[in-house]
Design a protein around this ligand. Structure first.
Ligand code: 5AD
Ligand code: SF4
Length: 452
């Protein structure tokens, strides 16, 4: 049997795509391996969001080239595929810089992998057209064993692409325009996951709350309607969604945070900056106060909700006063955790053309200050759960023997002692300590065991 090694960079959409590629290649006789050295086929599923992420691909391709040479000396052929957003953005440029690559395939085309592999026997191929057909219609369904091996918390891509065109962002160019998968397909996929023991679904998309899929009755369904329907599937206990745009947090979705028990109290809602001037230059189409109002309304519905965000520091033209506005917004909101990045000019995006780029040392200094504040908030948020009793979805055995590990409703990793509970159960745990990246607790009550 041939072996495939897949390495994914970047966002959860890439994790989902990597799983689909593995499912597809299983049908072609490939088994997954964790060792690149053993692989007959190496796939790098790449990310183009910042320069650092994109450049990683080329250093990894150097390693792949060396392995390919060693294997060739032993008489083994190694095929190399570059998939994902760098593939989409750079296309045949990748073959120029890295001739060891056999196939370059964009995120909308990987359902054609078997055919592309076949064609690459003659010479390297590039497929970055946006196809007319929907890749999801051409992908095989994962087997029960594949689902089980990936655990009780699964990703489900419901939406792809973005039409917002923030001036810093490559996503509208690499993932294409916004498209929502039809409701019936999502119910099918979710049911299949649940029947194999999945208890938590994270609905994913580059702009997931802009979801507007075709319902079974031909009408357009919003994200809130989809969430309510998915919550009815037996076995599904928890729902989350990511990543969202503030402009698409509509009233129905905010209400759903208050009255759908399966919708977990966590929300990743990137704000990027606290300065209205910078938000306008980013084409975010909202102000800092709009963001404050949205969070206040959601907190009325779901007090204690873990709000997280992404931040870009040193966007062109950002002054000290603009940056102070970002710090003010962070202090006002109180985030459970966040991701923050130095602005990275991306080819083809409007902001990259601006002449008022912020010097690297200024970006670095501001980023360090922001991260210090965010870290203080993260620690405080976790500390506040000490003494509380939380439901924990058990995902795997813990670090030490006799421990189990899972997630709180607020997305915090939790470890606790138990030798009788199994993965997939939801246990009630009293939190006694917050340390490092995890919470530690004592088991109060075992949850229902779900027949899978
Ligand atoms: N530079 C830095 N960070 C960026 N992001 C998107 N584009 C850029 C860029 N050009 C960040 C945003 C986004 C997250 C996924 O990546 O914060 O929300
Ligand atoms: Fe990029 Fe998100 Fe803006 Fe879309 S909404 S352009 S994905 S940052």
């Amino acid at each position: 049997m041939k072996k495939v090694f897949v390495k994914s960079y970047g966002c959860q959409a890439n994790v989902y795509d990597a799983e689909r590629m593995t499912d597809l290649l299983a049908g072609e006789g490939y088994r997954e391996t964790n060792a690149m050295e053993d692989a007959d086929l190496v796939i790098l599923n790449t990310c183009h969001i910042r320069e650092k992420a994109a450049e990683k691909v080329y250093s990894e391709l150097g390693r792949v080239r060396d392995i390919k040479l060693v294997r060739a000396a032993d008489g083994h052929d190694t095929k190399v595929i570059v998939a994902g957003c760098v593939a989409q953005a750079e296309g045949s440029e990748i073959l120029r810089r890295a001739p060891q690559v056999d196939v370059v395939v964009g995120p909308q085309n990987y359902h054609r992998l078997p055919d592309l592999l076949q064609r690459s026997r003659a010479r390297s191929v590039v497929d970055t057209e946006f196809p007319i057909e929907d890749k999801f219609d051409h992908l095989p369904k994962p087997t029960r064993a594949q689902i089980v091996s990936r655990g009780v918390s699964a990703f489900l891509t419901i939406q792809e692409g973005c039409d917002k065109f923030c001036t810093f962002c490559v996503v509208p160019y690499t993932r294409g325009t916004e498209m929502s998968r039809p409701v019936a397909r999502l119910i099918d996929e979710a049911t299949r996951l649940a029947e194999a023991g999945v208890r938590e679904l994270s609905l994913i998309g580059q702009n997931v709350n802009a979801y507007h899929g075709e319902g079974p009755d031909g009408s357009v369904w919003s994200l809130s309607r989809l969430l309510r329907r998915l919550a009815e599937i037996p076995g599904i206990a928890r729902l989350r969604y990511t990543t969202s745009h503030p402009r698409d947090m509509d009233d129905a979705l905010i209400l759903t945070h208050g009255d759908l028990p399966a919708l977990m109290p966590s929300l990743h809602l990137p704000v990027q900056s606290g300065s209205d001037r910078i938000l306008a230059a980013m084409n975010r189409q909202h102000t800092g106060d709009d963001y404050r109002r949205i969070i206040a309304r959601i907190r009325q519905r779901q007090p204690g909700i873990a709000v997280s965000s992404d931040f870009i520091i040193g966007f062109p033209g950002e002054t000290d006063a603009d940056f102070d506005e970002t710090l003010n917004l962070v202090s006002d909101i109180g985030f459970a955790f966040s991701f923050s990045f130095k602005y990275s000019p991306r080819p083809g995006t409007p902001a990259a053309e601006r002449s008022d780029q912020v010097p690297e040392p200024v970006k670095a200094e501001r980023l360090a200050r922001l991260q210090k504040l965010l870290e203080t908030q993260r620690v405080a948020y976790n500390q506040a759960t000490v003494g509380q009793t939380l439901d924990v979805l058990i995902e795997k055995p813990g670090r030490l023997a006799g421990q189990m590990a899972g997630k709180s409703p607020y997305l915090q990793p939790v470890q606790f002692d138990s030798d009788s509970l199994t993965v997939g159960q939801i246990a009630t745990v009293q939190i006694v300590r917050a340390g490092g990246g995890s919470l530690f607790g004592d088991l109060v009550k075992a949850g229902d065991r779900v027949a899978a």
